[in-house]
Design a protein around this ligand. Structure first.
Ligand SMILES: [Zn+2]
Length: 199
């Protein structure tokens, strides 16, 4: 088995193709870093990994190792096959975006996962891409007893990872979340590494 390595610098995103049956690892290289993950079916513009459909399919609010994730057409798209992290991931929250940072009081431009997604897909010639709600690996948004949604730092240590297997030919986009206004990434956004496992 060989590995293709993709380095995603802090605050940036990357797109890569994954064939059906192929697996990839998402590695939190430096710890306490959220990785927003999107996946689009390769041969269409109308089907993608859907967190809201996956919540219904699994009957759960947060992803768990061993379970499959589905598209907006409810077809299996990714399977969560290994979790070498504290096991805390989010499946509830929209990607950060320019409007999110404006509401947080940022003046001027601030990098965002939404812009990272658009840029990565534009580089592949896919314009006007929808921005699905991502699965936010390593993101710690606990539901509090009164129903409130918490925002806590990612509990990951350097080198923690998750491994996913594609069930369809997909374009995956991973963004190293640039969030440095809330506690989400421990206040200091850092890099993410991808290992594409080829047999
Ligand atoms: Zn983000």
């Amino acid at each position: 088995m060989t590995h293709i390595h993709i380095h995603i610098p802090a605050r940036e995103g990357r797109a890569f193709a994954v064939a059906a049956g192929q697996s990839f690892r998402v590695i939190d290289a430096e710890g306490a870093q959220v990785a927003d993950l999107f996946a689009f079916v390769a041969d269409t513009t109308g089907e993608w990994l859907s967190a809201e459909h996956t919540r219904v399919a699994l009957g759960r609010l947060f992803p768990r190792v061993g379970e499959g994730w589905c598209t907006n057409l409810r077809r299996p798209i990714l399977t969560f096959i290994a979790d070498d992290s504290p096991g805390v991931h989010d499946m509830l929250c929209a990607a950060c975006s320019p409007s999110r940072y404006a509401l947080l009081g940022v003046r001027g431009h601030h990098a965002s996962c939404e812009e990272n997604l658009r840029g990565a897909m534009t580089d592949l010639g896919r314009r006007d891409v929808v921005v699905p709600q991502p699965v936010n690996l390593f993101e710690n948004n606990p539901i509090l007893p009164d129903g409130a949604l918490g925002i806590e730092p990612a509990p990951t240590r350097p080198g923690d990872s998750v491994t996913l297997r594609a069930e369809l030919d997909v374009i995956v986009v991973v963004t190293a979340c640039p969030q440095d206004i809330t506690a989400l990434c421990g206040g200091v956004p850092s890099s993410i590494d991808i290992e594409l496992l080829t047999t």
